[in-house]
Design a protein around this ligand. Sequence first.
Ligand SMILES: Cc1cc2nc3c(=O)[nH]c(=O)nc-3n(C[C@H](O)[C@H](O)[C@H](O)COP(=O)(O)O)c2cc1C
Length: 221
Amino acid sequence: MELLEAIEKRHSVRSYTEQEIADPTKSTLQAYIDNCNQESGLHCRLILNEPQAFACRLARYGKFSGVRNYIAMIGPNTADLAEKCGYYGEKIVLKAQQLGLNTCWVGLTYSKIKSVLQIAPGDKLCLVIAIGYGATQGVAHKVKQPQQVAQAAQPAPDWFQKGVKAALLAPTAVNQQKFMFTLNGNQVTAKAGLGFYSKVDLGIVKLHFEIGAGPENFTWA
Ligand SMILES: Cc1cc2nc3c(=O)[nH]c(=O)nc-3n(C[C@H](O)[C@H](O)[C@H](O)COP(=O)(O)O)c2cc1C
């Protein structure tokens, strides 16, 4: 499955079957996470067979069921942590989709199990991503119009429009889609709006934009 197809097929899934994540999927996913950590300096962890984080009332209220695996998005507590977690977490989400798994980003509706997470001094847990074999494939979210999230001084080239389209398919907290892409020459600026987890959202939508637009067509301003 190509990345663009993974973008189109991915939807948040909150209900999971009992099927375990077994080899070779498990080791492929772990190797991918290790690579992301090496590239980014993050310390993300794949936590398997741990049902406690999603056994709380908050998780049930959030309609989660059967979640026994998640990725803890952890990294050095610096100003760019949230955006980095968004960018690299979404890389992992799309890889999971290619491997036949389902996911859901989760900022609030879970509980932090300290003994499992074992966060090192200087590090911070940003949020988690539930992962496993979904009971369903989820449903498509409501999408804003491109002109609500993008502006261009000149007629927008095809690659810019494709980037915006891919960004609009990205997961954002409460589907807020509070971001803005601005085109100037072949330079693109991406800005987060005001909203909760909007910096994580920014990292996520920047990755989708790069995949849709093709990184060879532009540079980030
Ligand atoms: C940063 C972030 C935090 C999120 N936190 C939660 C959460 O706490 N609980 C939840 O049920 N969904 C959460 N979501 C999932 C969003 O509600 C979901 O991505 C959005 O509604 C769009 O739907 P889609 O992912 O199916 O395209 C979160 C998504 C993101 C990107």
